[in-house]
Design a protein around this ligand. Structure first.
Ligand code: GAR
Length: 190
């Protein structure tokens, strides 16, 4: 039986779409229980086209971070998934959530370099000649968990945040799908 995953995403959802497309094309043997966003974002409409449940747990509508987190934990726990996959989820998850579930995250830099919310800008400001993307286990730090897989991307002369991010995202779509294939077949070492 296929392993069950749940996807967290906050934005356009091109990485979530790459995962769902690979499953639809039968290249990736996983079942997606649900996609959750913390804000009304294009990803929520996009996943409906794949016939997957999408749920908005809107951070700004909750009285406190604890109340939002409790709702997140309830929904994820009720789906009984094997793995939570964070692809462009732009909110730091509370420690209680991270302790409860196995979570992987994709980050647009070669960790441990350029963690945090502005990885592309930081790489350009530092004058890096290469950056890339990393899939890692999520722990309670910001992008500090054990690295699972990485792909390098060269920084080109004249790159802007947008141009570099677009080239990184092409590799990210590859990396997350290939990493999940490994997860589906043999699992990922913690
Ligand atoms: C990706 O580049 C992902 O690495 C990044 O958000 C983008 C999502 O793209 N995540 C982070 O920066 C997390 N700190 P998408 O909305 O097109 O899938």
């Amino acid at each position: 039986m296929a392993k069950r995953i749940l996807i967290l995403a906050s934005g356009t959802g091109s990485l979530a779409a790459a995962i769902l497309q690979s499953i639809q094309d039968r290249e990736l043997d996983l079942e997606v229980a649900r996609v959750i966003s913390d804000r009304p974002a294009p990803v929520l409409d996009l996943v409906k086209k794949f016939g997957v449940a999408s749920t908005l747990i809107e951070y700004s509508k909750f009285e406190s971070r604890a109340a939002w987190s409790a709702q997140m934990e309830n929904v994820v726990a009720s789906d009984k998934v094997d793995l939570v996959v964070s692809v462009g989820f732009m909110r730091i998850l509370p420690a209680s959530f991270i302790e409860k579930f196995s979570i992987i995250n994709i980050h647009p830099a070669l960790l441990p370099f350029f963690p945090g919310a502005h990885a592309i800008r930081d790489a350009l400001l530092a004058g890096a000649t290469e950056s890339g993307t990393t899939v890692h286990w999520m722990d309670s730090g910001v992008d500090t968990g054990k690295v699972i897989s990485q792909i390098k991307v060269q920084v080109e002369v004249g790159d802007t945040e947008e141009s570099l991010h677009e080239r990184i995202k092409i590799q990210e779509r590859n990396l997350i799908v290939e990493t999940l294939k490994r997860y589906a077949h043999v699992g990922l070492e913690k």
